[in-house]
Design a protein around this ligand. Structure first.
Ligand SMILES: [Zn+2]
Length: 362
């Protein structure tokens, strides 16, 4: 019987017990080695000078040799001014890395024994770091592209209006009544709000064709966009897809001019007839990505707020791209990304009312 990788012994090379049994000293050593390596040299986050800075052992801080500043192992990173112990921060990172379908702050804060806000801003800092450190170099080979709508899904009103165009259409076509209504048929305040919150996610998934046949995707780039028009999508494709790649999409109208505008070979599959054409054209990697995000949106997070949606999309791009890593590799990857970043723009002082003033939309 084939063993799925994330159920194998090889995958389980780190456990929660390994982390909670660490002393604060051992956790500090882990942070230090991931940030600056195993040597005695550290780098001052203020003047960026490497060297053997004076170390105050009792307080675990360094006095910079080149400037008058003092710094700790988390200064100048998203973990700066952390209230939780380093072991507790490692537990949060471990849970984030080990969950396959997202980590719900609402559930986790009760298990962890802290407030919802504490968990939310710490987990969100991880998402933000993944967003900031995602590899945006051009995708090559076969690239599957698609768009999907998140954050606001309008609902029908309680009273079904038999004059609605979608009801009539469905009856004429002998089809189940399942099409999402638009604002013209259901202008209820709730639906207006949902329309306002709705965001469109463009995803570009590079297929992993190194083995025989296709075995999923190995790199994903996502962008939150305001509308599903060619004018929003084509410049992003130009920037992130290599000229010698092959693009596969569905018959969406925004994708029609890809070849004319970018010169990149483009094939499309007609989804009203088939999910993969006879000659193998499909965009299933992008569809699969949306499927996982959708399950997280409804199953784990119970909705994602539009102002942080770009960070959520980065989380799932990372989950998709790191699916072949072991637990320890995932854990170290997140810690490394966190410790290589500057303090969080969106979640520093979150508990004191500071909020992200802008939204990451292209
Ligand atoms: Zn310095």
């Amino acid at each position: 019987m084939t063993i799925i990788f994330n159920q194998s012994k090889k995958y389980r090379d780190l456990s929660l017990m390994d982390i909670v049994q660490l002393t604060e000293e051992q956790a500090w050593n882990k942070f230090k080695s991931i940030r600056w390596g195993h040597g005695d040299e550290t780098r001052c986050p203020y003047c960026m000078e490497w060297g053997r800075h004076g170390f105050i052992k009792t307080r675990k801080i360094w006095n910079c040799r080149y400037c008058p500043m003092q710094f700790s192992v988390t200064t100048g990173t998203p973990f700066e001014k952390h209230k939780l112990s380093l072991v507790k921060l490692m537990v949060i990172v471990f849970f984030f890395a080990s969950e396959h379908q997202g980590l719900s702050a609402n559930t986790f804060h009760t298990q962890f024994g802290s407030t919802l806000k504490t968990i939310f801003h710490n987990v969100s800092k991880i998402r933000e770091a993944l967003y900031e450190t995602n590899d945006l170099s051009p995708l090559t080979g076969i690239v599957h592209i698609d768009c999907a709508h998140f954050c606001g899904k309008p609902r029908r009103s309680n009273i079904r209006k038999t004059t609605d165009s979608y009801v009539i259409n469905n009856r004429l076509r002998n089809r189940k009544d399942s099409i999402v209504p638009d604002l013209s048929t259901h202008p209820e305040p709730e639906n207006r709000r949902k329309y306002k919150n709705r965001r469109i996610l463009l995803t570009m998934s590079q297929c992993n064709t190194s083995a025989i046949g296709s075995i999923g995707s190995n790199r994903t780039i996502c962008y939150v966009i305001k509308n599903e028009k060619a004018s929003s999508i084509i410049p992003l494709i130009k920037r992130h897809v290599s000229k010698d790649a092959i693009i596969m999409t569905d018959f969406g109208s925004a994708f029609k001019s890809i070849f004319i505008e970018t010169g990149i070979r483009h094939f499309a599959v007609n989804h009203s007839e088939e999910y993969m054409s006879k000659n193998g054209v499909n965009n299933n990697m992008a569809e699969a990505f949306f499927s996982r995000m959708r399950r997280a949106e409804f199953g784990t997070y119970n909705g994602m707020r539009p102002q942080y949606f770009a960070f959520y999309s980065a989380e799932f791009a990372w989950r998709q791209d790191s699916k072949d890593l072991t637990l320890n590799e995932k854990f170290n990857d997140i810690l490394k990304r966190m410790l290589s970043r500057e303090p969080s723009k969106a979640f520093t002082n979150y508990n004191h009312g500071s909020r992200l003033g802008i939204e990451y939309v292209s």
